[in-house]
Design a protein around this ligand. Structure first.
Ligand SMILES: Nc1ncnc2c1ncn2[C@@H]1O[C@H](COP(=O)(O)OP(=O)(O)OP(=O)(O)O)[C@@H](O)[C@H]1O
Length: 633
C-alpha cells in the first residue's frame, strides 16, 4: 500500500520538524505559511516561484540569484568590510616601501605604528567580511533547502514511486550534502565578486603608478592563468558531476538497505550487501579522488605560472630600477596580487564544482504538477461520506502503451456504508484508493464526494475528510502522543483527544506499560513497538483525525491471536459512523463489510457475501481474491 506521507518517512521526523520550529522561533520566523522565513528572510514569492516553479531549468546562477539577492543587506555589510580591508592594505604597501628610505628612529617608529594599526584594521575587517558573507551564503542555502523541500513534497506520487528514476536516498542527498556544496560556491562567488576585484584593482593601481611598463609586462601573465583556469574548470565540473552521482548512489543504497536490516540479517546476506556497498564505495573513491586531484592541481599550476612571471619581472626590475623603494613597493603589490588572483581562480573552480549540485538541487523543484489545484477549488467543511466513481479509467505513465489499471469503473458507496474491495494482486485496489485521495487524477471519468467533484475541492480539505490506515504502518520517530496527534503536531496536540483515541484503539493498555507513557519515543519508523502496537497507534491516529471517509488496507502480517483480536476490535470501532473502503485480505474482514466488490483487470464486480461464506470461497481463494488463510464463520 502506498502511503500518503511517504516522502517524509526517510528524511523527516518529529524531532526534526520541531527543531525546524525551534529554529524558526530563534530567527523569529513567520509561520503563517510554509516555508517559514523571518521578516528579513521573507522571500519575494513571485521571484522565488518564478525560479522554482518553472518547468524549464534556469541556468545554475539564475536559480540561486533570488535567494542570494534576498540577503543583500548582509552581503553589502560584507563588501563594505572588504573595502575597508583593501583600503588598509593599499596603505600598507607604500608604507612598507618607505621603510628603506627611513633614516631616523622616530620616523621609523611612527611608520611602524601606522603599519601595525593598518594591519589590525585589515585583520578585523577581513574577519567581518568573511563572517558576513558566510552568513549570507548559508542563509541563502537554508532558504533554498526549505523551498526545494516544500516543492518536493508537492510533487506527484509518481515521482517517489520511481517514475522519475530518483530514489529517496538520492533526493535526501541533494537536499543535505549537495546543498552544502552550494553554500561553498555562493560564498566563493560573493567573496570574489567585490573583495578580490577591489584588491586586484588597488594593487594594479599601485603597480601602474610605480611602473606602467613593468605593470603591462606583469599583466601578460593573466591571459595564461585565465586559460589554465578555464581548461581545468571544465574538467572539474565533469568530475564533480560524476562524484555527486556516485555519492548519491551510496546514499540511495543505504536508504534502501538499512531500513531492511531485519530482512538482510534474516536472510544471512550481510556479505552480499558488503560486496554491493564496496562496489559503490569504490566507484565513489575513484570519482572523488579524480576530483580532489584536479582541485589540488589547479592552484599549483596557477602559482607556477604566476611566480614564473614574477621572477622574470623581479629580475627585470632590479636590472632597470633606479629607486629601490619603488621596486619594493612594486614587488609587494605584485605579491599581494596573488591572493585575489587565486581567489578568482578558486571561485571559478567552486562555481564549476558547484554547478552540478545547484542543477541537481533545482531539478527537484522544477516540475509541472499533474494533480493541479484549481484556483476555484473550495474547502468543504463537512461531508457526509457519499462516494461515487463515475466511468473512471486510469493508467500509470503518459504513454498509451501502458495498460489500463482501471477501466470505465463505476462505484457508488452510500454515506456511512462499509464496502470491502477484494481481488487478485495487481488488480488495481490500491490504485483506486490513490485516485480517491487525488494522488493521481483519472484519465477520464469523475470521482465525487457528496456530489462534489474531488477536483473542485482543495487537496487539503479532501485529505482531511479521507483518512488512510495503511498496511505497512507508518510511524515517525517521535513520541506516541505526537504520532497519534500527527495532524496537529505543529499547532497544539489535544491530549484529551489523543487519550480518547488511544482508548478506542485498544492502545491504552500497552501505552501505560511504557516508561514515559504517551511521551515515550517510538524510535525511527516506530521500530521500538511491536507490529500490533504500531497498528493500534495508527488506528488511534485515524481516530484522532476523525475523517468521514476511511480507507483501510488490512494488514496481512500475522499477529498473535490476542493482538489480532485487539486490532480487529479497534478497527471495528474505527469503522463506526463513517464510510469505509477496506482493501480486505481476510474473510473475517470481508464479512465486516456490507457489500463486497471484486476488482480484477480494471473491472469491478459486486459479489454476494453468501457466496464468500459458501462454496465459492474456495474458488475465490484459489484465484487470489481472498486469502486462503481464513477463519470461516
Ligand atoms: N507507480 C506505478 N507505476 C506504474 N505502475 C504501477 C504503479 N503502481 C502500481 N502499478 C501497477 O498497477 C497495477 C495495479 O496495482 P495496485 O497496486 O493498484 O494493485 P493492488 O490490487 O492494490 O495489488 P495488491 O493487492 O498486490 O496490493 C499493477 O499492475 C501494478 O504493477
Amino acid at each position: 500500500m502506498i502511503l500518503v506521507v511517504l516522502p517524509l518517512s526517510n528524511s523527516s521526523s518529529f524531532s526534526l520538524l520541531k527543531c525546524r520550529q525551534k529554529e524558526s522561533n530563534r530567527f523569529n520566523l513567520i509561520t503563517t505559511s510554509n516555508p517559514p522565513f523571518t521578516k528579513r528572510d521573507r522571500l519575494k514569492p513571485s521571484k522565488f516561484n518564478s525560479v522554482s516553479c518553472s518547468l524549464k531549468l534556469p541556468s545554475s546562477l539564475d536559480s540561486v540569484k533570488p535567494y542570494v539577492q534576498s540577503e543583500w543587506k548582509t552581503i553589502a555589510q560584507g563588501w563594505i568590510c572588504s573595502a575597508v580591508s583593501v583600503y588598509s592594505l593599499s596603505n600598507i604597501v607604500p608604507g612598507l616601501g618607505k621603510f628603506t628610505a627611513v633614516m631616523n628612529i622616530e620616523t621609523l617608529k611612527q611608520q611602524g605604528l601606522l603599519i601595525g594599526l593598518l594591519f589590525l584594521v585589515r585583520l578585523v575587517s577581513n574577519y567581518l567580511q568573511q563572517s558576513f558573507l558566510w552568513e549570507a551564503s548559508l542563509r541563502s542555502v537554508y532558504k533554498m533547502r526549505v523551498c526545494v523541500f516544500e516543492r518536493v513534497l508537492q510533487r506527484n506520487l509518481g515521482f517517489f514511486e520511481g517514475g522519475s528514476g530518483k530514489s529517496v536516498g538520492d533526493i535526501a542527498y541533494r537536499i543535505t550534502a549537495e546543498a552544502s556544496d552550494v553554500a561553498d560556491t555562493i560564498y566563493a562567488l560573493l567573496n570574489t565578486v567585490v573583495p578580490s576585484s577591489l584588491q586586484l584593482l588597488a594593487m594594479a593601481t599601485q603597480m601602474l603608478s610605480i611602473s606602467p611598463v613593468l605593470s603591462l609586462v606583469s599583466a601578460m601573465v593573466i591571459p595564461l592563468m585565465v586559460f589554465v583556469n578555464a581548461y581545468f574548470g571544465e574538467e572539474l565540473r565533469e568530475t564533480s558531476n560524476k562524484a555527486n552521482f556516485s555519492i548519491a548512489a551510496i546514499s540511495s543504497y543505504l536508504n534502501e538497505v538499512l531500513p531492511s536490516i531485519l530482512f538482510v540479517k534474516a536472510n544471512n546476506t550481510e556479505h552480499i550487501e558488503c560486496i554491493r556497498f564496496n562496489t559503490l564505495a569504490h566507484k565513489d573513491l575513484n570519482e572523488r579522488l579524480n576530483k580532489k586531484k584536479i582541485k589540488a592541481l589547479i592552484p599549483h599550476i596557477v602559482q607556477l605560472t604566476f611566480f614564473g612571471g614574477l621572477l622574470l619581472i623581479f629580475i627585470g626590475s632590479l636590472v632597470t630600477a633606479s629607486d629601490l623603494s619603488s621596486v619594493i613597493s612594486f614587488i609587494t603589490s605584485l605579491v599581494l596580487l596573488i591572493d585575489p588572483i587565486q581567489d578568482v581562480g578558486k571561485a571559478y573552480n567552486e562555481l564549476k564544482q558547484g554547478e552540478p549540485a545547484i542543477e541537481r538541487l533545482f531539478q527537484l523543484s522544477s516540475f509541472k504538477s499533474k494533480v493541479v489545484e484549481d484556483i476555484k477549488e473550495v474547502d468543504v467543511e463537512y461531508v457526509s461520506g457519499e462516494v461515487k466513481f463515475a466511468d473512471v479509467s486510469f493508467r500509470y505513465g503518459d504513454g498509451d502503451d501502458m495498460p489500463l489499471v482501471l477501466n470505465k469503473l463505476d462505484l457508488h458507496i452510500k454515506a456511512g456504508e462499509t464496502i470491502a474491495l477484494v481481488g487478485p494482486s495487481g488488480g488495481g485496489k490500491t490504485t483506486l484508493v490513490k485516485l480517491l485521495l487525488r494522488l493521481y487524477d483519472p484519465l477520464c471519468g469523475r470521482i465525487l464526494i457528496d456530489n462534489h467533484d474531488i477536483q473542485s475541492i482543495s487537496l487539503r480539505s479532501l485529505r482531511t475528510h479521507v483518512g488512510l490506515v495503511t498496511q505497512d504502518t507508518t510511524l515517525f520517530s517521535g513520541t506516541i502522543a505526537e504520532n497519534i496527534g500527527y495532524m496537529d503536531m505543529m499547532n497544539k496536540i489535544d491530549m484529551e483527544r489523543v487519550k480518547k483515541a488511544a482508548e478506542i484503539a485498544n492502545a491504552v493498555e500497552f501505552i501505560q506499560t511504557l516508561s514515559q507513557g504517551y511521551a515515550t519515543n517510538v524510535g525511527p519508523r516506530g521500530s521500538l513497538l511491536s507490529g500490533g502496537q504500531k497498528q493500534r497507534v495508527a488506528i488511534a491516529r485515524a481516530l484522532y483525525q476523525n475523517p468521514s471517509i476511511l480507507v483501510m488496507d488490512e494488514a496481512t502480517s500475522a499477529l498473535d491471536t490476542k493482538s489480532e483480536m485487539l486490532v480487529r476490535q479497534a478497527l471495528q470501532r474505527l469503522m463506526k459512523n463513517r464510510t469505509v473502503i477496506v482493501i480486505a485480505h481476510r474473510l473475517e474482514t470481508v464479512l465486516m463489510a456490507e457489500r463486497v466488490f471484486c476488482l480484477n483487470d480494471g473491472k469491478l464486480e459486486e459479489i454476494s457475501r453468501s457466496s464468500l461464506m459458501g462454496g465459492q470461497h474456495d474458488s475465490l481463494a484459489s484465484s487470489g481474491v481472498v486469502s486462503s488463510d481464513v477463519i470461516v464463520l
